[in-house]
Design a protein around this ligand. Sequence first.
Ligand code: CMC
Length: 479
Amino acid sequence: MKRIQILKRHIQAVKVKEEVKDTLTVLDNRTGVKYELPIRENMISAKNLSTVKDSKGNITKYIDPGYLNTVSGHTRVSFVDGEQGILEYRGYSIKELAEKSTFIEVAYLLIYEDLPTIQQLEEFSKKIMNHSSLPIELRNIMSCFKNDAHPMGMFISAMSGLSTFHPEANPALAGQSCYDDPYKRDKHISNILGISPTISAAAYRHKNQKEFNNPRDGGYIENFFYMLHHEKGTDYQPHPVLVKALDVMFILHAEHGFSCSAAAVRHLASANTDVYNCIAGGAAALYGTLHGGANEAVLRMLMKIGSKANVPAFIEKVKNKEEKLMGFGHRMYKCYEIRPKIVKTIALKVFEVCGREELFDVALEIEQIALKDPYFIKRRLFPNIDLFSGVVYKAMGFPPEFCPVLFAMPRLVSWLAHWSEFLDDPNRKITRPQQVYTGHRNRKYVPQCDIKAQVKIDLEVPNTITEAQIEPSDRYMNP
Ligand code: CMC
């Protein structure tokens, strides 16, 4: 009897298993029509969803402001699991890379998929250094900014300006396939990586009304420090602990999947925009205070709070939605991820050289209070990389407005890696989200201004080809 029962249960289990399909059945209650949508890699395709139509034949669309649950492509660059707090660059844990690698090694890894051999690393570093000089015209352009210009505005403008020095990188001039040749692609990658510290240091020196320094041979980070701080007639040598600290900070910031800025780069690349303007666009997206500009915003918030004693009152304002707690929360992470923890360790190393930064204690107090508060617990809000990074940079002597530049410099490795990957994506298409129009229609034009001297142009289009002459198949082609 027992055996028969077991057998029956087994047959039932087999039946259920047979019925499991990688599809999603959608019953449209408006029309009574049932659709079966394939599920691939645990995703349904918005294109397949377009088979769902209302009774008038209108396609049912899919709305997702902020891309909360929308995948825009595949990537091999980094893996992020926000529930577990895992971040891997090309399969390597971020902690191990921060402990054992250098920023330039990590840059190579992110762009070319594997860690470099010693020879590859030397060649890569040499190529980067060979491209580190600022063209004189660009130097002049940068000198023309106001001295109080925000360094990110200068960084973005200089990156975009660089495109005018590289007509061979402009698909409009050099052809639509000008990036197909890997050698040419590499040249632009080295160029951007090489010139970014020079542009950043120039923006820094300009603000301090100091002459720009030319790059010199040596490590990537050492050279950056040199261009920031060298004065004529002196032999500037950066402190090795600060060099190591910035190197680790750069590793931590180098990549984060389809972040707002990497997505912006992909968006621009989808239109065949040249790589220099793609990077400028990525930097512009990063500049925002919810993304890479958050490190500056955190510092300004900490300065406004002023002392540990004022933290509880500020947190109350946050809970009342009068303030936002900068340096807290992340779209991806719903746990305390590792990067801010490593930044805290780096902070202590930097303080040993530069002295303890008082605002660090204010940030620690915020962390302590917020992590215990139901407002933050309920919303799963944890410290992000920016809570402590600005404090590290302040201790190193950087002003708040320079902090986003120190985010952009390493993150452009991510942009280049994603740009290059995107160019090779067989599913690449121009990015063009759909919209729901909610504005006026068919308004009658009533002039509001009496512009007398206006030249009138007759815009009546001569009808050279009639509708009837167009082949039916052409008629429905969208431009
Ligand atoms: N302070 C107070 N409330 C917050 C915060 C915050 N920092 N972040 C999220 N919330 C609240 C938000 O008000 C909302 O509450 P409610 O449910 O009552 O409306 C809830 O948490 C969900 O927030 P969200 O805005 O829907 O979350 P999001 O995933 O769209 O935004 C974020 C992510 C990073 C933009 C946001 O957390 C934020 O603005 N943080 C502060 C800025 C910041 O530190 N940015 C750096 C991010 S890390 C570097 C990088 O990778 O860019």
